[in-house]
Write a protein of this length. Sequence first.
Length: 105
Amino acid sequence: MYAIIADGGNQYRVEQGQRLEVQRRDLPEGTTTVAFDRVLLVGDVEGGPKIGQPVVAGAKVTATVVGEFKDEKIVIQKFRRRKNYARKQGHRQRFLRLTVESIEH
């Protein structure tokens, strides 16, 4: 069984046991699970896939928090020739790594 969830402006196709990387969010201290209730589609169920309008009623995906990590550094460089203008800036996006435990529909 698989599901398509919406989170933070992105959509993810998830299956049970899959590792998932989503944008980091502030979680209360000691939180070990995250629930996604914006489920857009649930597939591989009897009678065909359930498609939400916009979400599937009563569907929920539960995931366990594995950890937090930073992505590779990207460099933003701005340059204007002959104008004595050059700017360099770096950024590392923070992500949350999850393991999908269950898909309820």
